[in-house]
Design a protein around this ligand. Structure first.
Ligand SMILES: Cc1ncc(COP(=O)(O)O)c(C=O)c1O
Length: 491
């Protein structure tokens, strides 16, 4: 048995070495030729489903055959988010060194939930989290952890709010009071899920209107709090948007802190996307003034720090609250060797037990490029958004929702000929144009609805995009919008 096991193991390692070289070569070729491909694959959902429609294999296949399927079926049918024309949902063009980090993390399979499953990995994870805490300006009492993304970070932020404000009772007794959670009508949908998941219910989510820059209206917030208190609700938490998904708008964090203090509420800031502004050199991070006043912050390295997906972060001003909320240690997880209390246990400071070693790719990105270079890429994306905004402002046919604060810009086609058109027609036009541009294969972006109006939502989070791509995008938009308008017969 042992005789057989040794050569088999050696074969596995040789295969890993050979296949690994082939995979890296195939991916490097893929990245090098990205602009020759259609950004969005020109295939139907049933075509791609059929490609993989086979029963679970009972017998294995040779490695070359498995890799051939990847090269022939997966790579050509990807959305090429590394293409410079990708300006859609906030998934960055990832830095290749981050992909290597993921590869290493999977190969050594360190489970950073417990110290005993990866001492050095836990140290790297903690260092990476500390760097993020330092970036937002939190002191040594702060703590945090890396999450699958902004959705999970927002959920943890709201759970910490519920636990702290209930005097750490709600996690034992359940939710007994009628609470209210305040946020702007521009909040991201993960927050709707979070208020449900922490048990206060979505009716407890009080949406406050925004001003013309899509920032929370402070007077309206004050009125809502007063109204709800009069009806017997208890204010639990304010969620500040520090970079909305649609327009990168930032709520007045200082004013929200003052209100939260007065009302005894937790302040959570969603800077999942906007946290990148901390590294900006020009215009710089001033738009995030007061971020460090929040009790907890969501900030995603897998957005504007160009990490491959699966790297969000929850940062907490008083890190001890993480233990209050998650510090359960059953006998089978107790580290009996930790006589000095030095072995950090992520499972007791966060929701997940088994945890992917996410810190490695983020750590490698910061080590390889440093904050200065990442900040320059961020500045380029901001300049690109402003350039597009400027082109649109000079036109009678297009409108920009507001001057971009970050790299998200919302544009709307409504020439004088469509001044009285029904919004349903305008919506159809925007969707049709976005579809035609997707089919053109050179750009990808989304559409969105704000204050009852349809917009193109264009958001470079991409170090390959340049100003000339924005010029080309604008020309494409002008042409496609005019053609669709004529085709719809609404002229
Ligand atoms: C402001 C904001 N918060 C939260 C999220 C959710 O993040 P994730 O997709 O990483 O779960 C997003 C996603 O774009 C976002 O823009």
């Amino acid at each position: 048995m042992a005789e057989h096991a040794v050569p088999e193991e050696k074969n596995k390692i040789d295969e890993f070495r050979n296949s690994g070289h082939r995979v890296v070569d195939a991916l490097a070729d893929h990245l090098a030729s990205i602009e020759d491909r259609s950004l969005f694959p020109q295939v139907t959902p049933s075509y791609v489903n059929d490609l993989f429609d086979e029963p679970m294999p009972e017998e294995g296949s040779p490695p070359d055959e498995v890799l051939k399927a990847i090269e022939e079926k997966l790579l050509p049918n990807c959305t090429q988010v590394t293409h410079p024309g990708y300006m859609g949902l906030i998934t960055p063009t990832p830095l290749p060194v981050g992909a290597l980090g993921d590869f290493i993390a999977s190969t050594i399979n360190q489970n950073v939930g417990t110290y005993s499953l990866g001492p050095a990995a836990v140290a790297i994870e903690r260092r990476t989290v500390r760097w993020l805490l330092d970036l937002v300006g939190y002191d040594q009492a702060a703590g945090g952890n890396l999450t699958s993304g902004g959705t999970m970070a927002n959920f943890i932020g709201l759970k910490l709010a519920r636990d702290f404000i209930s005097g750490n009772k709600a996690q034992h007794e359940g939710v007994r009071d009628r609470w209210a959670v305040y946020m702007s009508d521009q909040r991201q949908v993960s927050l709707d899920k979070a208020v449900d998941a922490i048990g206060v219910g979505r009716e407890a989510m009080k949406l406050v209107p925004t001003n013309e820059r899509y920032e929370i209206d402070i007077d309206e917030l004050e009125k809502a709090i007063a109204r709800d208190k009069a009806e017997g609700l208890k204010p639990l938490c304010i969620v500040a948007m520090a970079g909305t998904t649609n327009t990168g708008s930032v709520d007045d964090l200082v004013a929200l802190r003052t209100i939260a203090n007065r009302e005894g509420m937790w302040l959570h800031a969603d800077a999942a996307y906007g946290g990148g502004m901390i590294l900006s050199h020009n215009p710089g991070p001033a738009c995030l003034k007061g971020l460090e006043l929040a009790d907890s912050i969501t900030m995603d390295p897998h957005k504007w720090f160009f990490a491959p997906v699966d790297a969000g972060a929850i940062l907490v001003r008083d890190g001890a609250q993480l233990w209050e909320s998650f510090g359960m240690v059953p006998a089978y997880l107790k580290d009996e060797h930790d006589t000095e209390g030095e072995r950090f246990q992520y499972f007791a400071h966060s929701f997940e037990q088994s945890r992917r070693f996410r810190g490695l790719k983020v750590w490698m990105i910061f080590k390889r490029y440093g904050t200065k270079q990442i900040g320059h890429w961020i500045d380029e994306n901001i300049a690109q958004a402003r350039h597009l905004h400027g082109l649109v402002e000079a036109s009678d046919d297009f409108h920009s929702a507001c001057e971009p604060v970050m790299s998200a810009v919302c544009l709307r086609y409504q020439p004088p000929s469509l001044a009285d058109a029904d919004e349903e027609v305008i919506g159809r036009l925007h969707h049709e144009v976005a579809l035609r541009i997707e089919q053109g294969g050179k750009f990808w972006f989304g559409t969105t609805l704000m204050k009852g109006q349809w917009w193109f939502r264009i958001n470079p989070v991409n170090f390959r995009t340049t100003i000339s791509h924005m010029d080309e995008l604008y020309e494409t938009l002008q042409r496609e919008c005019a053609e669709v308008e004529a085709a719809l017969g609404v002229k």
